[in-house]
Design a protein around this ligand. Structure first.
Ligand code: ZN
Ligand code: ZN
Length: 417
């Protein structure tokens, strides 16, 4: 077969201008923040105050445990299960690379599911499919970290290091306020006032992740010591998002992700405690008011952030689906980060703006350009061959294209058999 050679234009022509990069980032950030704000206002906050906190099992937990269960289970373990169960199921029943081919033979519905979602799978070579031992190692690591290490560290921190008493760190279940103001405002005001917080949380995550991630790629010793583990996945699946060294987990993932909202917890809680100590007759039940307001925001943010990172590592790109076109999924970011893993090159941020500003995505731009050319050539030649086939065999094509009635008859006879 003749190999096609792509002639690239100068890289400056492939790069988006800074104005384009800002505009795209602005659209993404505003859309994402508006959705997060809406979900917080109409779902997370009512759920948190009216369903979760009044639960007897939750209400009777000691404050430190309540904090850890809320953060570790509600904000992390639950989204981990929810999103990864979905992607792992798709990976299990994929027609070519499925981990559980037996399921396809046993359950026709799963076979159809695998066949349908296979069209969204990004290109994989057999050597890029993760081994069973790597998958088991990743799941084992997650369980040890989520259910042993983090709770233990949290317990030590809140009991022996944190200057704020644990009972000051959980909100009063009867306090239905959200937002970061101590005044009662309309739902519309709260909804609008939350938007900037999600924009800032997203930006902090993009900048923090880009700087730390770019730095460990820049220095070969740092890469080998801290980041190579994450790149054991050359064709990622969703759970690969959290397969990394502890140092990378803390500095590249956890701190940029939770930094913004946890600043509110501790800054506000500290400010309240200091105010209480300074004021005679301060009301202890009001202590958590300010910091408590950040919980529903943090919960929504954690679910949105984890969804994004699992989808970015899933190896599936849903940009062409209706949800993707509406901007409710992260197909662009999945393709963007997938290139980083499959080529171990460029794309150090999460695809919002930093790589476009710092010109650190040139190989990806060339790759995307070549893919577009290849797609248009393929489409053109497919149309051409279809036209020539139609010209040569019009009768044959007509004979071999069953009508709706014929299709129905074929289905019925298949059922009878
Ligand atoms: Zn990397
Ligand atoms: Zn990654």
């Amino acid at each position: 077969m003749r190999k096609q050679c792509v002639i690239y234009p100068p890289i400056e022509e492939l790069r988006p201008t800074k104005a384009q990069a800002f505009l795209r980032a602005l659209v993404y950030l505003l859309r994402n923040a508006t959705l997060c704000s809406l979900v917080t206002t109409v779902f997370t906050a009512p759920f948190f105050y009216q369903v979760y906190l009044p639960l007897p099992v939750i209400r009777h937990l000691p404050p430190v445990l309540l904090f850890l269960v809320t953060f570790q289970f509600l904000c992390h373990a639950l989204p981990w299960f929810t999103f990864n169960a979905f992607y792992l199921l798709l990976d299990s029943v994929h027609p070519e690379f499925g981990f559980a081919p037996g399921w396809r033979d046993k359950y026709p519905l799963l076979r159809e599911l695998g066949d349908y979602f296979a069209q969204f799978k990004l290109t994989r070579r057999p050597m890029q499919i993760p081994s069973q031992s790597l998958i088991l190692r990743t799941i084992g690591k997650v369980f040890v970290e989520q259910y042993m290490v983090t709770p233990l560290l949290g317990y030590v921190f809140f009991n022996y290091v944190c200057p704020v008493a644990p009972e000051d760190m959980m909100p009063n279940p009867h306090q239905p306020l959200i937002g970061l103001s101590d005044k009662h405002h309309s739902t519309w005001f709260v909804f609008l006032s939350l938007i900037p917080h999600f924009v800032l949380a997203n930006l902090l995550n993009e900048v923090g992740f880009f700087l730390v991630h770019g730095f460990v790629h820049y220095n070969s010793w740092l890469y080998r010591t801290f980041h190579k583990q994450h790149h054991e996945y050359t064709g990622t699946i969703s759970i690969a998002a959290e397969y990394a060294s502890v140092t990378e987990e803390v500095f590249a993932n956890t701190l940029p992700s939770v930094g913004y909202f946890f600043y509110f917890f501790f800054a506000y809680t500290n400010a309240q405690v200091i105010a209480r100590r300074g004021a005679v007759g301060g009301d202890a039940s009001q202590l958590w008011l300010e910091s408590a307001r950040a919980w529903p925001l943090a919960m929504t943010w954690m679910w949105a952030r984890l969804w994004e990172t699992y989808e970015s590592h899933s190896g599936y790109c849903f940009s062409d689906t209706t949800l993707g076109k509406l901007g409710l999924l992260h197909g662009h970011r999945a393709r963007f980060h997938d290139f980083h893993h499959t080529h171990n090159l460029s794309n150090y941020g999460s695809g919002i703006i930093m790589d476009a500003l710092c010109d650190t995505m040139d190989p990806y731009l060339k790759h995307t350009f070549a893919r577009r050319i290849k797609d248009s050539v393929d489409k053109h030649s497919a149309e051409k061959s279809k036209r020539s086939t139609e010209m040569i065999f019009p009768m044959v094509l007509r004979e071999h294209s069953p009508t709706k009635k014929q299709q129905q008859e074929q289905k019925e006879s298949a059922k009878k058999k």
